[in-house]
Design a protein around this ligand. Structure first.
Ligand code: AHR
Length: 655
């Protein structure tokens, strides 16, 4: 079995273009390798405004009053005042409609509780409104209920709502009577009418009808979700969640990525500070340079997985941060306890402290959990401490939860190389990350064929073909598809994989990392060609890998030496007998392929889904979201048939 795979993948005869007569033989009776049930999944972290201004549906910007402009502040001083002598810093995202009507000031003391210490003072000599632009706009949609609350001090009537940028049109609003000079929480709900045209050109406003002194802290605004999947459905932007469901993810790797680690210990993802009421979450700065309110906290990640029918792959903080600081030995013990508590929160019953807390937070059922990952990319930790840190976590987790599979972020050789007792190193799964251009993906498309079948399993926890920006183009999709044929073919050892980064807010200033899978602004979202390629692959997957032999595969010129023009894989569903043949033609010429199947009867009409474009640099965008999308056709198939593959195309044949 092993020999057949290696022989077909590594030693297929390559032809130059002129001689090309490719033939692929599918050996269905030899389909023995199992496809991992968790092969396709998602990876996420707070990068590119993934949650704030992205999936997290809270619409207002800087609700925690952290962001200022002017005043030459250092990072530490942000929100705390400008340098002595510098111009006074101003709130960046909170403005008075009439700037002559009064003054705005951030307070860093006297907040609503010990966690939210900051607030905004509003001193008005004229009646006016306070406005917030959201994250590059606020989505106004027809027949939509918006709800939220705010802490306010002051007296008199205010009107809270959404209106057009020019102030001419109020889309929805509600009056609220303020009646306390101490902090008081006020709730609001308003609804847009059915015939309003959807727009992102809107601001949130609080119209103060009287002059006087007011204070504001932690205002929120959410659109009510029209469908309920979990207790947290209102938390997620519906259009983006719908795109994710199409990907049929079996797992969600969170909370990072670098976002797990943070630049400093204080800025790590400290899960205990991300649960419970929003105002009890202090928030923290993402290593990608902006404030996270932690509105997307541990429970929201877990429910996100559940909303998509996926299970979590839980990344636990492992005592290493991005500025290279780390702790080990006894100093690591509190972090190990945190990880054990986090697992208990995820899967514990009512009799456990953290399981009971999850139930109080609104999720009675434990979540499914198979994999826990220790840290993120600890191959960057040059101290060699990861071997010790990893084993401390491994032993403690396995002792309490022997059923869990533990993922290491360093390869086995490095782990053993830095260990005092290499023989004691145990590792279930290794997380590998690959960011490559398309050429490198083609050259790597046989990488896993030669991996040791008896070694640890592999999790490709971050990968992408980095072509195109902000989202990837067709060239990237071709590289991705070639790489996915490799991962599928080897999914007996490659148990899971996920693309990164998943999201980008396409507005100027929204992106920190180029080549992302899904793009959006405040109103609409779209999938890149890479996104569509993944949907096609994940939606069409059997449970066994079918060995394939290739003859006459042509090459295409690239870089220092040509690469094969075709990439392919087949899986079969042993229950239904359906075959899923994936074919990738990366060349500028069309290619007719002869497909021969042995060990099973093939007949009738196959459904062919094709993604293609005229030029590899073609792409989708917020203004042209459906430029490259899959199209379906049918094809008469038999045990020996031909299929014509368009230039720059990805095809999935279901027969
Ligand atoms: O995906 C972007 C970053 O790439 C991740 O945060 C990190 O793990 C990797 O280096």
């Amino acid at each position: 079995m092993k020999n057949l795979f290696i022989a077909t993948a590594m030693a297929c005869v390559l032809f130059t273009h002129a001689e090309a007569q490719p033939k692929l033989t599918l050996r269905v009776d030899k389909a023995e390798r199992s496809v991992s049930p968790t092969l396709y999944g998602l990876m996420t972290e707070e990068i590119n405004y993934s949650y704030e201004g992205g999936l997290y549906s809270q619409l207002l910007r800087d609700i925690a009053m952290q962001e200022m402009t002017g005043g030459q502040q250092s990072r530490r001083q942000q929100g705390g005042g400008g340098r002595p002598g510098g111009p006074a810093p101003k709130p960046r995202y909170w403005v008075l409609n009439d700037s002559t009507a009064g003054t705005l000031r951030f307070n860093t003391t006297g907040g609503i509780n010990f966690t939210q210490k900051r607030s905004l003072s509003i001193e008005l000599t004229k009646a006016t409104s306070l406005e917030n632009p959201g994250f590059w706009g606020i989505a106004v949609r027809p027949a939509t209920t918006y709800f939220g609350d705010a802490y306010l001090k002051g007296q008199g009537k205010v009107t809270v709502g959404l209106r057009s940028l020019d102030g001419q049109k109020v889309y929805a609003s509600q009056d609220v009577n303020l009646n306390s000079n101490e902090w008081k929480q006020y709730s609001y709900t308003f609804q847009t009418v059915a015939d309003v045209k959807a727009t992102k050109d809107a601001v949130f406003f609080i119209q103060f009808h009287n002059t006087g002194n007011y204070s504001l802290a932690y205002p929120t605004l959410f659109p009510k979700s029209k469908k309920t999947y979990t207790v947290k459905s209102d938390w997620y932007r519906t259009d983006i969640m719908d795109l994710l469901r199409e990907m049929r993810p079996t797992f969600l790797r969170f909370p990072g990525g670098n976002y797990l680690e943070g630049n400093t210990f204080k800025e790590r993802f400290d899960w205990k500070r991300t649960i419970g009421p929003l105002t009890m979450r202090p928030g923290h700065r993402s290593p990608w340079g902006y404030w996270s309110t932690d509105g997307m906290g541990l429970l929201e990640f877990l429910c996100w997985a559940e909303e998509c029918g996926a299970e979590p792959i839980l990344g636990v903080f492992a005592g290493y941060v991005l500025n290279s600081d780390y702790v080990e030995g006894d100093a690591l013990e509190p972090f190990i306890k945190d990880a054990l508590d986090e697992i208990e929160y995820t899967i514990g019953g009512p009799e456990t402290r953290w399981g009971a807390r999850r139930i109080r937070d609104g999720h009675p059922e434990p979540f499914k959990l198979t994999y826990v990952e220790i840290g993120n990319e600890d191959f960057f930790d040059r101290s060699g401490s990861y071997s010790h840190r990893f084993m401390q976590f491994y032993d403690a987790i396995k002792e309490k939860y022997p059923q869990l599979q533990i993922i290491s972020t360093q390869d086995e050789r490095t782990l053993r190389g830095n260990a005092e007792n290499p023989a004691a190193i145990k590792v279930d799964v290794i997380d590998e990350h690959y960011y490559r251009n398309a050429e490198a993906m083609y050259r790597a498309a046989q990488q896993y064929d030669s991996y040791d079948r008896n070694g640890p399993k592999i999790f490709c926890g971050e990968w992408a073909t980095r072509e195109g920006s902000p989202t990837t183009n067709m060239n990237a999709a071709l590289g991705d598809a070639a790489w996915m044929t490799c991962m599928e073919r080897n999914s007996d050892i490659l148990v899971a994989h996920c693309y990164a980064p998943l999201f980008v807010n396409v507005n100027q200033g929204g992106m920190q990392w180029e080549s992302d899978l899904i793009g959006y602004d405040a109103l609409t979202s779209f999938g890149s060609p890479s996104y569509h390629a993944q949907c096609m692959f994940a939606q069409n997957l059997g449970n066994k890998v079918v060995p394939m032999e290739a003859e006459g595969v042509p090459t295409t010129p690239m870089g220092r030496e040509p690469v094969p023009q075709l990439y392919y894989n087949t899986t079969v569903d042993s229950q239904t007998g359906k075959l899923y043949l994936k074919l990738v033609n990366i060349g500028a010429s069309s290619q007719t392929v002869n497909v021969v199947t042995t060990g099973a009867k093939v007949k009738g009409k196959a459904v062919v889904t094709t993604l293609k474009s005229a030029r590899p640099e073609d792409t989708n965008s917020i203004d042209n979201p459906n430029n490259i999308v899959p199209a379906k056709s049918s094809l008469k198939v038999s045990n020996n048939f031909k299929i014509a593959l368009a230039p720059y195309s990805i095809s999935v044949v279901v027969m």
